[in-house]
Design a protein around this ligand. Structure first.
Ligand SMILES: Nc1ncnc2c1ncn2[C@@H]1O[C@H](COP(=O)(O)OP(=O)(O)OP(=O)(O)O)[C@@H](O)[C@H]1O
Ligand SMILES: [Mg+2]
Length: 254
């Protein structure tokens, strides 16, 4: 099972939308079984993008609570994502619902990390026969984020082209390089990428020779998030997500 962590230095870059679109493309275009974990424990939301109602107490923070941390109960926390009515599900998610009390009671520590790495991830692979596990990491340099990157085979670093993001992506690339971690860089929500090559050049300069996926801006997403790979599969944005899914699929074959 390939573990891929979606990470951004700044928040609101489009990281979670990128993750769900890649999950859908890996499943629908490549027949892969995909697991998703929402590790953005302080500002969760992955389940909203799939429009899934999370079962009461059936989320990651509850599972990580010392009183519930039992791997034999894992299925209580996994939600199947039904993309096509009647089809065999191929996407399985452990959502998170941020809760201040639980966040205090589940401090992020080595015990949590060991439980995830040594028990949860292998159990997910075994029970759901997963090919990929996609982790939505907290933005910024938090302990969740560094764990999510350490646990992954590859990081997908999502950014926008502005000055704060340029600083952030350079930092993230430094961290990945120091750790010998493979990574892919994605520029999110770019208005008309072909016409704006010159305006993207400060970012490309900051990135150096990195190969970059650029996702075009889609105005419809301003009003309501949706999975363009499902709802607008012929859009330029869905095609760009498809290209990233292809890169990740090929990475998994290596
Ligand atoms: N290609 C795009 N075009 C237009 N808007 C976009 C695009 N991608 C993402 N957005 C918008 O950006 C906002 C943030 O997206 P998303 O929630 O995926 O970001 P995030 O990085 O996961 O944020 P957070 O750090 O809060 O978890 C959403 O409102 C979404 O609709
Ligand atoms: Mg998010």
């Amino acid at each position: 099972m390939n573990i891929i962590t979606f990470y951004s230095y700044k928040g609101g870059t489009g990281r979670s939308l990128c993750l769900v679109n890649v999950a859908v493309a890996l499943h629908l275009s490549y027949g892969q079984k995909v697991g998703l974990i929402d590790l953005d424990c302080e500002a969760s939301g992955l389940h909203h993008l799939f429009e899934i109602t999370c079962r009461q107490n059936g989320d990651l923070l509850n599972f990580l609570h010392p009183r519930n941390r039992s791997i034999s109960k894992i299925e209580q926390y996994v939600h199947e994502v039904q993309l096509v009515p009647g089809a065999v599900p191929g996407i399985f998610m452990i959502p998170t619902i941020s809760d201040p009390k639980l966040l205090e009671e589940v401090p992020w520590d080595k015990g949590v990390e060991a439980f995830l790495s040594h028990e949860v991830f292998p159990a997910l692979q075994r029970i759901y026969n997963l090919d990929y596990l996609l982790i939505d990491s907290r933005s910024g340099i938090a302990s969740y984020a560094s764990y999510a990157l350490r646990a992954a085979h590859c990081g997908v670093l999502v950014c926008r082209p502005d000055r704060q993001n340029r600083f952030g992506i350079s930092k993230m690339i430094e961290i990945c390089k120091a750790a010998g971690k493979p990574y892919l860089v994605c520029v999110s929500a770019c208005p008309n990428p072909k016409k704006n090559i010159v305006r993207l050049s400060p970012l490309f300069k900051a990135l150096g020779e990195e190969t970059t996926h650029v996702f075009p801006y889609m105005s419809e997403l301003y009003f309501e998030e949706f999975i363009s790979t499902l709802k607008m599969p012929h859009s330029a944005l869905a095609k760009a997500y498809g290209e990233l899914a292809k890169t990740i699929y090929n990475f998994g074959r290596e």
